[in-house]
Design a protein around this ligand. Structure first.
Ligand code: IMP
Ligand code: MG
Length: 181
């Protein structure tokens, strides 16, 4: 895939992320202290670093599972249906489910994923998203935990990509294009 040249400008440092993840994990641990059946579901691929750091700060027994939903790619057609490309391995009926997502943008992905998961009769589903772009929301999504609200910028790093690049940056950065593509 050809790409326009761009630079990445740091938006959230690795240190700030670590502090926020620790705080989120504390709240999550308190919230689920009495739950014996917590399953933490990471949405692939963008959440893989976030979920790895988050679960290591949660001091409860947790099961970890993953789900991959189709994305809209570069399309701006935001109401498109979301399909499951890779399903959970485990059962969630009767269980507490914490869905871990990298970014809530328009909200369509999470809305559809939750609709699909609800048909399996979990005890309750909550959402923990690292980043949230409130100004982009097109459909209501209630995330119980959000790491950072960010402006309407395209971001990369800490698991999040631009055309599969820059997932391995330790910080979150905003993409700034430097020339015409
Ligand atoms: P939504 O369905 O519009 O909420 O889209 C959410 C998904 O779009 C996220 O899980 C990301 O995979 C992707 N996405 C949204 N904003 C960005 C961004 O700034 N950088 C990289 N991926 C993004
Ligand atoms: Mg995603």
């Amino acid at each position: 895939m050809t790409q326009k040249p761009y630079v990445v400008e740091e938006l959230i440092s690795a240190k700030s992320i670590a502090a926020r993840v620790e705080a989120l994990a504390k709240e999550i641990s308190t919230h689920y202290a009495d739950s014996e059946k917590l399953v933490v579901v990471g949405l692939l691929r963008g959440s893989f670093i976030f979920i790895a750091d988050l679960v290591r700060e949660i001091n409860l027994p947790v099961e970890v599972d993953f789900l991959e939903a189709s994305s809209y790619g570069s399309s701006t057609e935001s109401s498109r249906e979301v399909r499951i490309l890779k399903d959970l391995r485990g059962e969630i009926a009767g269980r507490d489910v914490l869905v871990v997502e990298d970014i809530i943008d328009t909200g369509h992905t999470l809305k559809h994923v939750l609709e699909i998961l609800e048909t399996r009769h979990p005890r309750r589903i909550e959402i923990c998203a690292l980043l949230n772009k409130p100004s982009r929301r097109e459909t209501e999504v209630n995330a119980k935990w959000v790491g950072f609200d960010i402006p309407d910028k395209f971001v990369v790093g800490y698991g999040i990509d631009y055309a599969q690049r820059d997932r391995n940056l330790p910080h979150i950065g905003a993409v700034r294009f430097t020339a015409e593509g």
